[in-house]
Ligand binder design. Structure first.
Ligand code: ZN
Length: 397
């Protein structure tokens, strides 16, 4: 079965290489940002040994669904204080030590992007015939299986669910509970039907987590067999406080900006690429400035020239378009008398100037043209040309 090759390979690399990034030292759940009530409820369920067999963890991207699922998986399987089996608790509720063999190995799946990339890379290295049959799974502990959407379609496929079906019946080898974590709710139809069969009668020792940004995407028959818990976005002040510790290299204004742009998602805030955003925004401001002032085009052409075809250019253009949307939205907030909703708080002066020389109908028009550029990109029109056309179309006569 070549399916697990990639993960075995990644495990070896991890064990020999990377040092643990965090040392929880018994502070595990206290490291989780926000949603204290939900977290408390889930730990109560563990304390009473009433944890459901199937749970949907819903919430926006970056709210911590995956982090929380892995924390729960460790708590279910922690070997206890010094491996003694004596349950590890904090605040009187179940927690995990972060140090025992089970905690350590399950914790290796924490950096999902890295584990996913390793599994994809391992698959790329296989012979063509094997490649087709190999599905991406992340398994750093024999009893905990993480199922991410499978590229290139980035959907959960029936062969992945079959892997779950094949293992779910067997008693865990080294853990108390077998845990399965589906990291997205984008299932291919056949995969969703296969999952439904598992959910109809899951064995006593198994817990299945479905992480969903939008639980409505899941079949109603799947939803009805799961307990749903929802994580909400964090207040921006809370994210700012978190960033003060997590990204000390950012100043207060930068933290404020990132907290607002990440829409309450602590994961997104932590990994936010501020340099890339700032450079895309500088370009977006040039484009808007040129459109609203309509005079000198040399600056504009200097900017649009740097947007080339190819994969790299595509990514750069997508970032630019997203940034343009966020600026247009901020202008809308200024026009509708809700400046407190503006996200690009560090460039208020620029935004106010733009707001003065624009109105609602211009913003609506600009958003439509922007959508046109996006459609053009999908048809692979030359990017710099469509950006020029965009700016030209917006010029106020
Ligand atoms: Zn432990």
């Amino acid at each position: 079965m070549c399916l697990l090759e990639g993960t075995r390979f990644s495990q070896d690399r991890l064990i020999s290489g990377a040092a643990p990034v965090f040392n929880y030292g018994g502070m595990a759940f206290s490291e989780f940002q926000g949603n204290g009530e939900v977290v408390g409820r889930l730990r109560e369920m563990l304390a009473r040994d009433r944890f459901p067999h199937a749970m949907i963890l819903a919430g926006p991207q970056g709210a911590g669904k995956y982090t929380l699922a892995l924390m729960l998986a460790r708590t279910m399987n922690c070997l206890g204080i010094g491996g003694s089996g004596e349950a590890f608790k904090t605040d009187g509720l179940p927690d995990y030590c972060g140090r025992c063999e089970n905690c350590r190995r399950i914790g290796q799946a924490e950096d999902l992007d890295a584990r996913f990339a390793e599994a994809v890379e391992a698959r790329e290295g296989l012979r063509e015939t094997d490649k087709k049959e190999t599905r991406i799974l992340v398994q750093t502990h024999p009893d905990v299986m993480v199922v991410p959407p499978d590229p290139p379609q980035m959907m959960i496929k029936v062969d992945q669910v079959r892997q779950v079906i094949q293992t779910v019946r067997y008693k865990p080898q080294e853990a108390r509970r077998r845990v399965f974590i589906f990291t997205e709710s984008t299932f291919m139809k056949e995969a969703a039907n296969a999952l439904l069969k598992v959910l109809e009668e899951p064995p006593d020792f198994a817990t299945i987590f479905l992480l969903a940004r939008n639980p409505g995407e899941l079949l109603a028959t799947i939803r009805s067999r799961c307990i749903i818990q929802t994580l909400s976005a964090l207040p921006t002040q809370e994210i700012e406080r978190y960033l003060a510790k997590g990204r000390p290299e950012w100043n207060e204004r930068q933290r404020q900006l990132v907290a607002r742009l990440s829409g309450g998602a602590v994961g997104r805030a932590r990994s936010f690429d501020l340099a890339a955003y700032t450079s895309a925004r500088a370009h977006a401001l040039t484009i808007l400035g040129s459109a609203l002032r309509g005079s000198d085009h040399s600056e504009l052409f200097k900017v649009t020239e740097t947007y080339r075809a190819g994969a790299e250019g595509r990514e750069k253009t997508e970032k630019l378009l997203r940034t343009l949307y966020s600026l247009l939205q901020d202008l809308t907030f200024l026009h509708s008398g809700t400046p407190e909703l503006v996200r690009n708080t560090d460039i208020q002066t620029d935004l106010k100037k733009f707001a003065e020389s624009s109105d609602f109908s211009w913003i609506a028009f600009a958003s439509d043209r922007l959508a046109e550029v996006e459609r053009g990109m999908r048809r692979n029109l030359l990017r710099s040309l469509s950006l020029d056309a965009f700016a030209a179309a917006l010029e106020r006569g």
